[in-house]
Design a binder for this molecule. Structure first.
Ligand SMILES: [Ca+2]
Ligand SMILES: [Ca+2]
Ligand SMILES: [Ca+2]
Ligand SMILES: [Ca+2]
Length: 401
């Protein structure tokens, strides 16, 4: 990450353990590395396809949490089917599945699902090269630090192509990438102000830009993953040369692009669902009593079923959901989860996973709830605003009384 000020001792830029970024991980393929983000099922990681494409080395994932550092191997990975190797910028997304449950202290993140990102300030987090906006990324710096900075989503990348034409060598699909520029407060380096008339002089000392090693990392809006770091560019057009040093090095005056997660939510959700271990396929398969397990976490599933008729065949039906304590406590007995579940046009049902925390301590059986609310495209019935399901965590530890 390249930031406006070079001192990474400045807490403004440190994504230290315990600050809410412990689900942002270092992904290595043996020869190079990038960044990834742990998703809400505690099993899948979202990252960039270009990190994985063409790589033959085994992938490893390093977590840095307040309980220390832990490296896990990868069971499986998929690239977005639209991704084409060799510098293509579109559909640069991949999902990676861990071989075992990650540390409990690692944050799990929902994906950002609304299409109102442009104009919003976001927080980017990654393990990439350090440097300053004035001088760009420093290849000599071998410190691998998890760093954060902010920027503002300025535009859809397709808008750039529409304005720049042949002076831009690639063609982003409309609606699929978000761009931000690296501002130092000067109109001279306001790249997107000068190139496409989206004037914004930046966030002052909070402003930053991604660099090598940040690829695949998250751009967070409201604590959810809204973008996946994809590429940077020192763009110019005729006499318009906003890059402060005319070198492609993530300096002031350059732009970066993130794959727009809200546009890919169906692929992400359905890829995750296809890889949940042993989910119920129908309502009568749902297990409401779940053995606790002795380590890591075990997934339990809540089953959401839509039996109505859609207003139109392509309508997405959705509900919001959140877990709630019964006698079980979030954080120690299970991990709280909340978000929005979409039932896509080809789906009559889908599951919501929640993680149960295993240990070897005898406890009574304990319960927790999942509430669903705010249905869109369907209803729960007359005067019903919330539905609730219960799960019982079964003690599986031996005791003698
Ligand atoms: Ca900016
Ligand atoms: Ca700007
Ligand atoms: Ca530059
Ligand atoms: Ca147990």
């Amino acid at each position: 990450m390249v930031t406006t000020v070079i001192s990474y001792a400045d807490t403004r830029y440190r994504a230290s353990a315990g600050l809410g970024y412990d689900g942002v991980v270092l992904i290595s393929n043996g020869t190079s590395y990038g960044t990834g983000t742990l998703l809400f099922d505690g099993r899948a990681l979202l990252t960039a396809a270009h990190l994985l494409a063409g790589s033959t080395g085994a992938l490893s994932v390093e977590f840095q949490t307040k309980s220390g550092s832990e490296t896990l191997s990868v069971a499986k990975s998929v690239l977005h089917p639209g991704y084409a190797v060799a510098g293509a910028s579109n559909d640069d997304l991949a999902i990676v599945w861990l071989s075992k449950a990650p540390p409990l202290a690692a944050n799990r993140y929902d994906i950002y699902r609304d299409a109102n990102e442009i104009g919003q300030a976001f927080t980017m987090v990654g393990f990439g090269q350090l440097g300053s906006g004035a001088n760009g990324a420093s290849v000599a710096n071998t410190n691998v630090l998890r760093v954060k900075a902010q920027n503002t989503f300025d535009a859809d990348a397709a808008k750039l192509k529409a304005s720049l034409g042949a002076s831009m060598a690639w063609s982003p699909l409309s609606g699929s990438q978000l761009v931000a520029d690296f501002d130092n407060g000067s109109p001279s380096q306001d790249a997107l102000g000068r190139l496409i008339n989206v004037t914004d002089l930046g966030l002052g000392l909070n402003e930053g830009l991604i660099a090598h090693g940040d690829s695949g990392g998250p751009a967070f809006l409201a604590g959810k993953v809204a973008g996946v770091a994809s590429y940077t560019s020192s763009l110019s057009s005729g006499a318009i040369t906003p890059d402060v040093d005319a070198q492609p090095n993530s300096s002031f005056g350059e732009i970066a692009a993130w794959q727009r997660v809200s546009s890919f939510q169906q692929w992400i959700d359905q890829s995750m669902r296809a890889n949940y271990p042993n989910p119920p396929a129908k309502a009568t398969d749902v297990k409401k009593d779940v053995p606790e397990g002795n380590s890591g976490t075990t997934l339990t599933y809540f089953f959401v079923q839509f039996t109505g008729v859609r207003a139109s065949a392509d309508q997405v039906v959705s509900v919001e959901y959140a877990t709630r304590d019964g006698t079980a406590r979030a954080g120690s007995d299970y991990l709280a989860v909340s978000g929005r579940l979409n039932l896509y046009p080809n789906e009559a049902n889908a599951v919501i996973p929640a993680e149960i925390v295993g240990d070897a301590t005898p406890e009574p059986d304990e319960t927790f709830y999942l509430d669903v609310f705010n249905p869109i495209g369907g209803s729960f019935g007359p005067d019903v605003v919330k539905l609730t399901a219960i799960r019982t965590i079964l003690n599986d530890d031996i005791q003698l009384i």
